[in-house]
Design a protein around this ligand. Sequence first.
Ligand SMILES: NC(=O)C1=CN([C@@H]2O[C@H](COP(=O)(O)OP(=O)(O)OC[C@H]3O[C@@H](n4cnc5c(N)ncnc54)[C@H](OP(=O)(O)O)[C@@H]3O)[C@@H](O)[C@H]2O)C=CC1
Ligand SMILES: O=C(O)CCC(=O)C(=O)O
Length: 428
Amino acid sequence: MSAEIIKQNPFQSMIDRFNIAADILKLDESIRQKLQRPEKQIVVNFSITLDNGSEQNFEGYRVIHNTALGPSKGGIRYDNAVNLDEVKALAAWMTWKSAVTGIPFGGAKGGIICDPKTLSKTELERITRAYTKALADIFGPEKDVPAPDMGTGPDEMGWLMDEFSLVHGKTIHAVVTGKHLHSGGSLGRVEATGRGVSIITLLALEKLKIRPARSTAAIQGFGNVGLHSALFLYEKGVKIVAVSDVSEAFFNPDGINIPELILYYNLNNKTIKGYPNSVAIKHEELLFLDVDVLIPAAKEDVITKKNANDVRAKIIIEAANGPVSSDADEILQGKNVLVVPDILANAGGVTVSYFEWLQNSLLESWRIHQINKRLEDILEKGFETVFRVSAKYDVSPRIAAYIIALKKVAETQSVKEVALEAPKFKQN
Ligand SMILES: NC(=O)C1=CN([C@@H]2O[C@H](COP(=O)(O)OP(=O)(O)OC[C@H]3O[C@@H](n4cnc5c(N)ncnc54)[C@H](OP(=O)(O)O)[C@@H]3O)[C@@H](O)[C@H]2O)C=CC1
Ligand SMILES: O=C(O)CCC(=O)C(=O)O
C-alpha cells in the first residue's frame, strides 16, 4: 500500500465513542446534543500574494467545540486534506483531552487547506497572518488559544501572536502557545507531546509487565510527535525497530539508532528518505509488525476494520489524534490489544501549552525540570484515573477516558446553564 491513508469520517468515530460513554452515564438527550455539536464553526476565505506575484485564495476553519471548562484550546493544521468534519472531530477531542487531564480549557481546532511543503516561508507567513486577521475577534487569551498541529510549529505561532498583537495594538503573548522562546514560548513545549507519549508508553509497558529494555516499538510518522516519541523511548532503552514518514517506511530488527536518524533527518531537509542502516518496507507493513508497542503518530484512521485484524502489537499508543477508527475498536479489544487513547496518550502537548499560557499570563518563566515534573505528574494521574474507571465500569481505557471527560464537562455545562436560567429575583 502507498503512504496514502484511507480516510473514514473522524467525527463519526468521535460520536460512536461518545454515545457508548453517554449511555453508561445515562446522559439526557439535550445535554448529549449540546456536547456533540460544536459551539461555533467558522469558515474563512482569504487571499494572499504568492512569491511569483499571483494571488491565491485559501479556505481556513476554526471550530470551537466547547468552553464549559475554560477558554477553548487547540492546534491549527496545515494540510491539503483538512476539512470541516476533520476539524470538528479534532476540536471535540481537545475538549475531552483537557477534561481527562484536568487542564482548565475547553476544546477547539483550526486548519487551512494548503500544502505547507510547496509554500515558501514568506508565503506561509502571509497565510498565517491573513488567517489570524480573519479570526482576530475569535482568538484571545481568555477566549480561544491556538497552538501547533500537523504542518505548523513555532514559526506559525510566532506570526500569529505578532499579527494578533498588531490588530489589538499591544503585545499579547498568551493568545497562542507553542511559540519560539524569543516570542514568549515555554521551555519543553516543542518536545512535550512526544515526551508525554513516552511517559504513557512506559506506564502501559509496566501494566503488561514488559521491561522497556526488553521491548520493541514501531512508530508511524516522524514529525514533531513521532520524532520526539522515538527519541525519548530510545533513551529509555526501548528498541525502535521501524519508523516511517510519507516518503519511506523502514525496518531494522536490531533497533534504529534514533539520535543518528535525527541527525540524518535534519541534514536532509526533514525527511528520513534514504537513511542507510535499515531495510525499506511497505508503509502498511509497519502497522502489522510483531512488536510490543505500535505508535501511530501521523494522521486519523490508519487502523480501521479493514486492517485491525492484522495488527500484531500488544499495545497501541495513539500519539496521533484519531489513528484508530471506531469500527476497529471491537476487533482490537477481541485481540486483547491494549489501546491507550489519543485523548490521554498525546495530552502532553496541551499540558505544556497550558504551562506556557500560565507563564505568559503571570509574566513568569519556569525551569525545564519543573515543567517536566509537572507534566509527568499530570499524565501519571490521568493514566491511573483512566485505568481505575476502566476497571470500575469494565470498559476499554478509551471509553473510560470518555466517561471521565463527559461527566466533567456535562456537570459543568449543566451548572452553568442552571445559573443562566435561574431567575435573579423571586417575583411576587
Ligand atoms: N504537534 C503537537 O503538539 C500535537 C500533535 N498531535 C497529533 O499528532 C499527529 C502528528 O502531528 P505532528 O507530529 O505535530 O505533525 P508533523 O506535521 O510534525 O508530522 C507529521 C508526520 O506524519 C507523517 N505522515 C503523514 N502522513 C503519513 C503517512 N501516510 N504515512 C507515514 N507518515 C505520514 C509526516 O511525514 P512527512 O514529513 O514526510 O510529510 C510527518 O513525519 C497529528 O495527528 C496531530 O494532530 C497531537 C497532540 C499534539
Ligand atoms: O497545545 C495545544 O494547545 C493543543 C495541541 C493539539 O492540538 C492537540 O493536542 O491535538
